[in-house]
Design a protein around this ligand. Structure first.
Ligand SMILES: Nc1ncnc2c1ncn2[C@@H]1O[C@H](COP(=O)(O)OP(=O)(O)OP(=O)(O)O)[C@@H](O)[C@H]1O
Ligand SMILES: [Mg+2]
Length: 251
């Protein structure tokens, strides 16, 4: 846990401390991350940018406890994930993290409404609650007419919006969003980004957004640049500055 002047900083939602990860494949070991340190606090939107293969998805998966690091530690809401078993990690993830997966990971046998309500069902909330909340989100996202369809019956962009709606369903404090605007037109992308901005504005939520998109990164408070599995730069985007020109060099 982060300490400021000897006191625990409980606004830190997630922290990576010296995190490293390599994948073992038949062709040998593939280094994905090395010595990564970062923290995301409540009230901030952080963008993670970097070329294809630089480790963005791997890092989000580690922060969510979906994968385990080979080195270092991930601390989620004050608890080191390495000290928990798989059930413990799944339980914390369900309560604390909303994930938007790069490949959406919608359940093909569940309707759109059921997919969006799933996080609440995982938290053992009654079906009626899950249904009501999912319906509300689908309306807000302009997807109400798709509620009874299955993911295989949607466009890519519609699947992406459903994935974002699902991540928000249980109102988790931390949103980890992997390229959440990659398949959207500029109007839909703007709507998602302003929703994420609005979420952090209450000071109780934090967002980490992996993106190749300058528009998306320009909504961030800070931009972390990954290269070959290392964070090589942190750029603070100040209000009123032409952040797009700064970003053009980063993304
Ligand atoms: N399951 C896996 N097995 C082996 N190697 C993997 C696996 N997943 C990722 N990698 C490798 O780890 C490195 C980081 O991949 P990662 O998916 O995190 O990159 P990324 O920044 O998300 O890329 P993109 O922008 O294309 O989504 C790459 O070299 C990739 O080939
Ligand atoms: Mg990725």
């Amino acid at each position: 846990m982060t300490e400021v002047n000897g006191e625990v900083d409980d606004s830190v939602l997630v922290e990576a401390q010296g995190v490293g990860k390599a994948y073992v494949t038949q062709a040998g070991s593939v280094p994905a991350l090395e010595g990564v340190n970062l923290a995301v606090k409540a009230g901030e939107l952080v963008a993670l940018v970097g070329p294809t293969g630089s480790g963005k998805t791997t890092l989000l998966n580690l922060l969510a406890g979906l994968e385990t690091p080979d080195a270092g530690e991930v601390v989620l809401a004050g608890e080191a994930l390495g000290r928990l078993n798989e059930d413990g990690r799944a339980d914390r993830r369900a309560r604390l993290v909303g994930m938007v997966f790069q490949r959406f990971n919608l359940f093909p046998g569940f309707t759109v409404l059921e997919n969006v309500g799933l996080p609440l069902r995982l938290m053992r909330r009654p079906p009626f609650d899950a249904h009501r909340r999912a319906q509300e989100l689908l309306e807000q996202f302009g997807l109400a007419e798709l509620a009874a369809r299955y993911p295989g019956e949607l466009s890519q962009g519609q699947r992406q919006l459903v994935a974002v709606a699902r991540a928000l369903a249980a109102n988790p404090p931390l949103i980890l969003a992997d390229e959440p605007t990659a398949n959207l037109d500029s109007q839909a992308a703007r709507a998602i980004l302003s929703r994420l901005r609005g979420l952090v504005a209450d000071g109780a939520h934090g967002v980490l957004l992996a993106t190749h998109d300058v528009r998306a990164a320009s909504h961030a408070d800070r931009v972390l640049s990954l290269r070959d599995g290392r964070i090589v730069k942190e750029t603070v985007l100040e209000d009123g500055r032409d952040s797009r020109s700064v970003l053009a060099e980063l993304v």
